[in-house]
Write a protein that binds this ligand. Sequence first.
Ligand SMILES: *Cc1c(COP(=O)(O)O)cnc(C)c1O
Length: 230
Amino acid sequence: MVKDNYKLIYQEVIDTARKCGRNPEDVTLIAVSKTKPLSDIEELIQIGVEDFGENKVQELTDKYEHVSKPVRFHLIGHLQTNKVKYVVDKACLIHSVDSIKLAKEIQKEAVKKNVIAEILIEVNVAKEDSKFGLSVDEVIPLVEEIAQYPNIHINGLMTIAPFVENPEENRKYFRTLKQLSLDIKSKNIDNVNMNVLSMGMTNDYKVAIEEGATMVRVGTAIFGARNYNL
Ligand SMILES: *Cc1c(COP(=O)(O)O)cnc(C)c1O
């Protein structure tokens, strides 16, 4: 059952945080419900889960409109500029901002909807060709630019680490992202905070927590394998 899986992972998150001397309350477990039915989300809402992750705009907005109780939907997937208008007032946090062009569109649509868009900057720390996100060197200039957009609030950084057998192989990438967030924090840029580090998935969330993750995004371990051919 999805709720039993969730409870197990939630306990693992708490135990991992405690073991490395962190406060478990500083780590949010995001249940990544992409491709999964609303009934799975409802099962978790029943036990008080409030943070869900989706990677497609259409799926996020559909679920947003149909849940029985308001919960937070995080947009964790790549965002195309032409879809910003549908999601800017529905996602609680956009984890995947990686260009000025996208930020400009978010600013424009946030004004229209009269909201402040909460965002993270996505960093492709491992430099994988297949992934979106900025290279480490590009992050500070982009943060400094977006900091000037009045309807966007930068809350931190996000990365998707490579799929590896041994999660230890990703530790260096999580460490790099944490260091980058500290470097940015030390600049004290107005309208920017670095409170959020979104990193770690089913295979590597424990290592990510040890390296400072404040949000882990777990799908498979909670909902089971995804079938993209449905
Ligand atoms: C699908 C997805 C996840 C969850 O991955 P699992 O390995 O199933 O836990 C996390 N983050 C992002 C950005 C995703 O697209």
